[in-house]
Every structure is written in structure tokens, then in C-alpha cells.
Design a protein around this ligand. Sequence first.
Ligand code: MD3
Ligand code: FE
Length: 210
Amino acid sequence: AQVAPGAVHVPEWLSVEQQRELVTACREWARGPVPLRHTALPGGGVMSVRTVCLGWHWQPYRYTRTADDVNGAPVAPFPEWLGELGRAALVAAYGQESPVRAYAPDTALINFYDDAARMGMHQDKEERSGAPVVSLSIGDTCVFRFGNTENRGRPYTDVELASGDLFVFGGPSRFAFHGVPRIRPGTAGPATGMSGGRLNLTLRETGLGV
Ligand code: MD3
Ligand code: FE
């Protein structure tokens, strides 16, 4: 369903098997070379969400190749199979159209939410690319808040994102404010191999080149 121009929600897009494979892969990536951790913010706080990155390392508010705000390690590579999944996601959301062939995400941000984690309203502006962002949700359902491009407040639309859901943000929605005001604990069931909490993978083009 289209939530706004360029913002398309495809419920239950991932099979349970795909979800299980992604959970297994995320568990490995969470071990290193850069560990899953609460990102430190410039003001001295930390994010309640825990994050690990592939391809490029996101930190507030830039991308680097090494995790110089964590342990200095080079970030794990972005696997080609995730790029294929990203192109399939664009076909599912937008149909078999021209931008799909060229979509070449080079970074993934993997966010883990425990029951209390939240993400405040923000824009993703570190990428030098207007290419769509592909979001995959696994585990507990969350309330996802999709806002406007002007400010963090209203108008916004709240959407429930459940395990297996795909959300693609392209076109005019690419630079909209968005956030995750709450997780719904215990909504997932055991099928994905998660033992509580929510995983979100976003695939992006950084536009930063090699
Ligand atoms: C809309 N993650 O990592 S995914 C983030 O569920 C982030 O973990 C949330 O916001 C999460 O930056 C939301 C959906 C999402 C991701 C990127 C977007 C929506 C977006 C970029 C532009 C517009
Ligand atoms: Fe974001």
C-alpha cells in the first residue's frame, strides 16, 4: 500500500525462511568485526537502539569505512546477495520499472530494538544519493511514524510494521522525517528464531563511491 508518494508498505514480503536466514546473518554480523552497540551521540547520550553496519559505518552524522567511534575496526563488507534482495524489494514495491536495474545499495544499517528502545523523529541525510531506502522488519511489531519533509511534528502517519514487512522510501518520501515511537513486546512468535525484540535492516546507496 502506498502511504505517501514514493513510500510503499508491502506487508509479509519476506518468507519465514528468509526471515530466519536474515536473523542468522545478523547474529553473525552483530559479533564483529564491529560489535552491535548503542551508538554514541555528540551530546553525550547514546541511542537506545543497538546498531551494526555493513559496507559503510554510520555514525552521527557521517559514513566512514572504519568504526573509529567504536573499536577502529574496518566495517564488514556489504554482501552482493543483499543488493539482489534490495532490487527485488524495489520490484515488489514499485513494479518492474527502470530505476530498479540501477539500484546498487552499498550499505546496510542493522538496528536491534529491545522492548524499551525507540528512535526519535529524524531525517536520513548523510547519503549523497536520492536512491530509495529499503527497510525490512523482523521480530516484534513496532509503531513506525512516517512524517513530513518540513519538521518532526504533525502531520504524520503511524503504521504498524510486523515481522516480514517491507517498506520502501523513494522519491519525495526519501527525505521525510520518521521514527519508531514504540515496540509491541511479544508480538512476533518464535518462527523467525528471534528471542524477543525487533530487527530492522535498511539498505541504502551512500553515493560515496569506492
Ligand atoms: C524514511 N530506522 O535506521 S526504518 C534508520 O525501523 C531508521 O529501525 C527505522 O530510521 C527502524 O535511520 C526506520 C524505515 C526508514 C529508514 C530510512 C528512511 C524510513 C525512512 C529514510 C528516509 C525516509
Ligand atoms: Fe532513519
